[in-house]
Write a protein that binds this ligand. Structure first.
Ligand SMILES: *[C@@H]1O[C@H](CO)[C@@H](O)[C@H](O)[C@H]1NC(C)=O
Length: 141
């Protein structure tokens, strides 16, 4: 009998500890999520698909997939809400310095690529790849 009670009390204490830890986690703003290994080069309006050489940052609030950091408000917004968004297609993002190797259905994660910019170009938004009929999610190829 005693053993049972002790077990229940232990479980209750554990539950309280777990709940207390949850409350201590930093609260992220809208369209952000807590990332255990966030990018040191978060996607922004200016550079929605950054090339990053730095190791990740631990436990940081960053924009969820499909959102980028707005330069003036600091909020995470869809790319078409960026100040310099041109008339790019659905699932596309304007970039002043686009990649020479846009991800596509046939090559969703290009590895070797020149660092050269494709200037002022509409390219697939983060999480999307170039398909035959515009930019789609990889699993929609
Ligand atoms: C945008 O992406 C969605 C999700 O993959 C896809 O269903 C839709 O066809 C895309 N739209 C265009 C215009 O590419």
């Amino acid at each position: 009998m005693h053993f049972q009670e002790t077990r229940i009390i232990c479980f209750a204490i554990l539950l309280v500890i777990v709940m207390a830890q949850k409350r201590n986690e930093p609260q992220c703003a809208r369209n952000e999520e807590l990332k255990e290994c966030g990018s040191a080069c978060e996607p922004t309006c200016k550079d929605p698909v950054p090339f990053c050489r730095f190791p990740c940052i631990n436990n940081v609030c960053q924009c969820v997939l499909g959102f980028v950091r707005h330069p003036t408000t600091g909020n995470c917004v869809r790319q078409n809400q960026c100040p310099d968004a041109k008339n790019c297609g659905v699932n596309e993002t304007f970039s002043e310095c686009g990649t020479a190797c846009e991800p596509s259905c046939s090559n969703p994660e290009p590895r070797m690529c020149t660092r050269q910019c494709i200037v002022d170009v509409c390219q697939c938004s983060p999480g999307f790849v170039r398909g035959t009929k515009g930019c789609v999610r990889k699993d929609h190829c």
